[in-house]
Design a protein around this ligand. Structure first.
Ligand code: GRF
Length: 197
């Protein structure tokens, strides 16, 4: 039986789209819901256009009460009964209770070569540090932010004249290749890390 995948995102949802589009044919998983905390994000329409049920849960009315937000999120997720949760640019930090509940079933993409540059503004920080290469990481979500066993990494060169924007665009292209490749493997029960290229 196919694994049921929930995708959580906040922004444009390009990784969400790459994941949805990958789950066809003999893929061991299928998308069951796309959840966004930002109704203006535009990504929900892309999921709907692909026939994937969507849920919008605006975090703002919860005014920083993370447990209350997560309680609604948990109810929403429970209705779709996912086996796997993919975070694809979901810009909320979770309580330990939420993480412990779903641990082992959650994966995330982060736009750096972890363990370098956890947190935000990864590309600007990599450029400031004079890195010769950058990239992205898919990892299991554990209690520490942007930590957890690494399931895959893709590298790109840093080029002369790069700005955070040009570097982000080069990394994002790789995110769209790496994340579907890792999800396919993870859904089949294989946690062997993928290295690209
Ligand atoms: C990606 O760079 C991802 O690595 C980060 O947030 C961004 C989301 O982009 N976590 P998109 O919404 O998938 O286009």
């Amino acid at each position: 039986m196919s694994k049921r995948v929930a995708i959580l995102f906040s922004g444009s949802g390009s990784n969400m789209v790459a994941l949805i589009d990958s789950m066809t044919g003999d893929h061991p998983a299928r998308p069951v819901v796309a959840v966004c905390n930002n109704a203006d994000a535009g990504g929900l329409a892309k999921a709907e256009a692909r026939g994937v049920p969507t849920e919008g849960i605006d975090h703002r009315p919860f005014k920083g009460d993370r447990a209350a937000f997560e309680s609604v999120l948990n109810e929403t997720l429970a209705r779709h009964a996912p086996d796997i949760i993919c975070f694809a640019g979901f810009m909320r930090i979770f309580t330990d209770t939420f993480i412990s509940h779903w641990q082992g079933r959650m994966i995330n993409i982060h736009p750096s070569l972890l363990p370098k540059y956890r947190g935000l503004n990864t590309h600007a920080r990599a450029l400031e540090a004079g890195e010769a290469e950058a990239g992205c990481t898919v990892h299991e979500v554990t209690l520490e932010l942007d930590d957890g066993p690494i399931l895959g990494q893709a590298r790109v060169p840093v080029l002369p004249g790069d700005t955070p924007q040009t570097l982000a665009a080069r990394v994002l292209e790789q995110e769209h290749i790496l994340y579907p490749a890792v999800l396919r493997r993870f859904a089949a029960g294989d946690r062997t890390p993928i290295r690209l290229p």
